[in-house]
Design a protein around this ligand. Sequence first.
Ligand code: HEC
Ligand code: HEC
Length: 243
Amino acid sequence: MRQSSQISKLTALRASFAALSIFALFSVSGMANAADSAPMAAPAAEAKAPVASGKPAIDPVLGEALYNAGDSSRGVVACITCHGPKGQSAVGTWPKLAAQHAAYITKQLSNFKDGSRANPIMMGMAATLTPQDMANISAYLSKQAPSEGVAQNKDTIELGRSIYRGGIASKGVPACAGCHSPNGAGIPAQYPRQGGQWAEYNNAQLIAFREGVRKNSMQMTMVATKLSDQEMKAVADYMAGLH
Ligand code: HEC
Ligand code: HEC
């Protein structure tokens, strides 16, 4: 009895991993096609979908091992070197990855690989990863505790807050909160978590969208082209303290 109930637990676990992997595949291809449609009702991203067999299961334990140690036989560099233990990086040039949505991480890794997000360091890192590695690492990172940060600049916090919460009506800038959620947790699977992210990193991304270095989101290119340097800095600093 006991044994069979353990077996059925195991089977249920496997099944849910398989379901997750299918979900990840769908959301990635869905994003590629409908890359930038209007904000959609949030799909039940982390929900357990019905079982389907024959797909490789997503394995966060393998993802954790690859994240922490890399794989020198395949030239995979340990992500922890820059992104820190459990996705909590130590400096603002390297983004925090803790508690980021799995489908978003997978999308970024494939965008680095296909060049629609041009960053010399991460293009090299992503080139060594298979789709299965990406899914495994994303599953591991999405389960880590979110990072907390603080806004540093008292002088711009009101400007940052008003842009984040209400946008800038006179310039047609939409409220960031509409897609990234009021507390910065994002909305799975499309809209990334922002709360606690380094201001320096987020500011650099807004510039990259505006300058066309990061070409993987029409929505964000449209938002960023309307923001001044000062507005970008203010909202990036405000987001660092959101939780
Ligand atoms: C040498 C340092 C370094 C290593 C090692 C490294 N990264 Fe990165 N990573 C970066 C930098 C720098 C960026 C920001 C790139 C940019 O500005 O677009 C980044 C960005 C990312 C992003 C995008 C985050 C976001 O919020 O959009 C993901 C995902 C990521 N890295 C995953 C990984 C994974 C997985 C590994 C290991 C296989 C890895 N990185 C190894 C430096 C590194
Ligand atoms: C219509 C929805 C929408 C709105 C409004 C929006 N964003 Fe985004 N944002 C996105 C999406 C989608 C992505 C992920 C793009 C991708 O897949 O690479 C993103 C990504 C980002 C990133 C990169 C995050 C990372 O980890 O690399 C930053 C920074 C950002 N948004 C800031 C903002 C700010 C600031 C505002 C308000 C001025 C804003 N966004 C408004 C949809 C939106």
